[in-house]
Design a protein around this ligand. Structure first.
Ligand code: HEM
Length: 219
């Protein structure tokens, strides 16, 4: 029965061709280091799914942000678990993406023809850090308030355009409800959408060029 359903769908959607062209490709044997890109992708999806659940209860206003997080932790069924996964997943994603970048650097996989894959990767790394930076303010407790005050101050110390960057980040000269709203918008929409777009380009390039192989003795 399922075979018939699959054959019906395959005839109309070309599922077999999609599988052959997109997924059916050999991974260099025994190269565990080459799984870190896929691990980064998995963590991005995990952060997306848990983040969507968190937005059901989270309120991005200075009066309610902290209480809404407390409610997620204590009042919502499995809220502590979803928030815990999102919290530790964020740290893990920065670490995994960084080690993936190191692996690519050490094996010199950024060389011809993969320069663009590397450059897009640099964008992905910066966006991943941006996700951590914007997410940190959202609980709106003392720690996150002062960390963001210092973080935005540092960004504002850039010569010439520093003043503009500070105002753009804070939505004014001081940290306020506008800053929280801005960080929230960046955290749940602007940065994830940019990440998703760049990941699409990144993975397309990986498929186009195939995986680089580690230099052998003959090389
Ligand atoms: C959200 C972040 C990222 C995701 C989801 C991602 C995803 C992937 C995937 C699935 C692969 C193929 C498997 C592998 O080699 O591990 C890959 C390869 C690659 N990535 Fe990333 N990546 C990310 C960040 C980065 C960063 C930060 C860099 C460098 C600055 C980078 C540069 C590359 C390069 C050059 C390759 C080709 C490696 C080769 O052919 O051996 N990626 N990436």
């Amino acid at each position: 029965m399922w075979k018939k359903v699959y054959a019906w769908l395959d005839e109309r959607l070309g599922l077999n061709d999609l599988y052959k062209n997109l997924l059916d490709r050999p991974e260099p044997k025994g190269m565990w280091w080459n799984t870190l890109g896929s691990a980064s992708l998995f963590l991005f999806i995990l952060q997306g799914v848990t983040g969507i659940f968190l937005t059901v209860y989270y309120t991005p206003s200075p009066d309610h942000a902290y209480d809404s997080i407390n409610y997620i932790m204590q009042g919502v069924a499995f809220g502590w678990l979803v928030r815990g996964i999102h919290h530790w997943g964020a740290t893990l994603m920065v670490v995994v993406v960084f080690i993936h970048m190191l692996r690519v650097f050490v094996t010199a996989s950024f060389k011809y023809p993969r320069e663009m894959t590397w450059l897009v990767g640099v964008g992905l790394f910066l966006l991943t850090l941006g996700m951590g930076f914007t997410g940190y303010l959202l609980p709106y407790d003392e720690k996150s308030f002062w960390a963001t005050t210092v973080g935005t101050q540092i960004a504002g110390s850039v010569p010439i355009i520093g003043g503009f960057i500070l105002k753009a980040l804070r939505g004014g000269s001081e940290l306020s409800a506008l800053t929280l709203q801005r960080f929230f918008a960046a955290h749940i929409w602007i940065l994830p959408a940019s990440l998703a777009g760049l990941i699409g380009v990144h993975v397309y390039l990986v498929m186009k060029h195939g995986e680089s192989h580690y230099p052998s003795k003959e090389d």
